[in-house]
Design a protein around this ligand. Structure first.
Ligand code: NAI
Length: 251
C-alpha cells in the first residue's frame, strides 16, 4: 500500500530525539507531507531540522518547544500555521517517564509527567481542533504506551496513569469531532529500542516479554502512525492500537 500525505501539514512533538517522533517525521516527509519538527531540546532541534532539510528542503522546519509551556505552544503553532498552512496532522509524541513507587514520588515529579504526557496533548489538540473541524479535515495521533493498561517495571505510576488518560482523551476527541470528519487515534508501543529504553531494559525485572523475542524499532511504530494519519485509515477513529510484538497482548 502506498501512503500519500502530499499537501498535508503535520506537527510533531518530541520529533528531534532518536526514537518514534523523529522516525515519524522522516516517514511523513518521505510520504510527501510538510512537517513541523518540535522538541524541547535546544541544540538537537536545530541540528535534526538541518539534517532533514538537507534531504527534504523547505518541507521541514523546526521549533524548540517544551510542550508543557503553553504560551510557547500557542506561539509555535501560530508560526507553523503561518509557514505551512493549517495543521492537518498533530502527532502528540513527546513523553517522559519517572521511575519510583507512587508513595515515594514528589508532587513535582508526578505533575511533570502528567503535564507532558496528558495535559500537553489536550492543550495542543485544543489549539488545532477548531481549524480542523471548520475545514472538516484533520487527524490527531496520540502516542500512548502499553503502560496504559498493563503495569510493569518501567510502566507504572504517573506514566501509566497519563497514558491511560491519553487513551481516554483519544476517545473523547474522536466522539466529539467525528461529526466534523476529524479523527483521533492512538498507538500503544511496547518496548521500542531507543537510548532511554536500552539503558534500562537489561536490568529491568519485567513480568512479560515480546512474543517476537526482540525489541521494536522506532521505524515500525512510525509506519503505524503514518498509516493511521493517512486516508488509508479513513474509517479508524477513537481506537488506540498496540504495537508491541506480542508484549502485553490484549485479550
Ligand atoms: P525519543 O527518544 O524519541 O524521545 C522523545 C523526544 O521527546 C526527545 O527528543 C525529547 O527531547 C522530547 N521531549 C521530552 N519531553 C519533552 C517536552 N516536555 N516537550 C517537548 N519534547 C519533549 O523517545 P521514544 O521512546 O521514542 O518516545 C516517544 C513516545 O513513545 C513517548 O510518548 C513515549 O512515552 C512513548 N513510548 C515509548 C516506548 C519505548 O519503548 N521507547 C514504549 C511506549 C511508549
Amino acid at each position: 500500500m502506498h501512503i500519500d500525505l502530499s499537501g498535508r501539514t503535520a506537527f510533531i512533538t518530541g520529533a528531534a530525539g532518536e526514537g518514534i517522533g523523529r522516525a515519524t517525521a522522516e516517514l511523513m516527509l518521505e510520504s510527501g507531507a510538510r512537517v513541523a519538527i518540535t522538541d524541547r531540546g535546544a541544540s538537537r532541534t536545530p541540528r535534526v531540522t538541518a539534517e532533514l532539510r538537507e534531504r527534504f528542503g523547505d518541507a521541514v522546519a523546526g521549533w524548540v518547544l517544551d510542550v508543557a509551556d503553553r504560551p510557547r505552544a500557542d506561539a509555535v503553532i501560530a508560526e507553523a500555521v503561518e509557514r505551512f498552512g493549517p495543521i492537518e496532522i498533530l502527532v502528540n509524541n513527546a513523553g517522559i517517564n519517572v521511575l519510583g513507587d507512587a508513595h515515594a514520588l514528589t508532587p513535582e515529579e508526578w505533575d511533570a509527567v502528567i503535564d507532558v504526557n496528558l495535559n500537553a496533548p489536550w492543550y495542543l489538540s485544543r489549539a488545532v481542533l477548531p481549524a480542523m473541524r471548520a475545514r472538516r479535515r484533520g487527524v490527531i495521533v496520540n502516542v500512548g504506551s502499553v503502560a496504559a493498561y498493563a503495569s510493569d517495571a518501567l510502566a507504572r505510576g504517573p506514566y501509566a496513569a497519563s497514558k491511560a488518560g491519553l487513551e481516554s482523551l483519544t476517545r473523547t476527541i474522536a466522539g466529539e469531532s467525528g461529526p466534523f470528519d476529524v479523527r483521533c487515534v492512538g498507538v500503544h508501543p511496547g518496548i521500542i529500542s531507543t537510548p532511554w529504553m536500552q539503558e534500562r531494559i537489561a536490568s529491568a525485572q519485567l513480568k512479560d516479554s515480546p512474543a517476537l523475542e526482540r525489541l521494536g524499532r522506532p521505524e515500525e511504530v512510525a509506519q503505524l502512525i503514518v498509516f493511521l494519519a493517512s486516508d488509508a485509515a479513513s474509517y479508524i477513529t477513537g481506537e488506540t492500537i498496540t504495537i508491541g510484538g506480542g508484549f502485553k497482548m490484549r485479550p
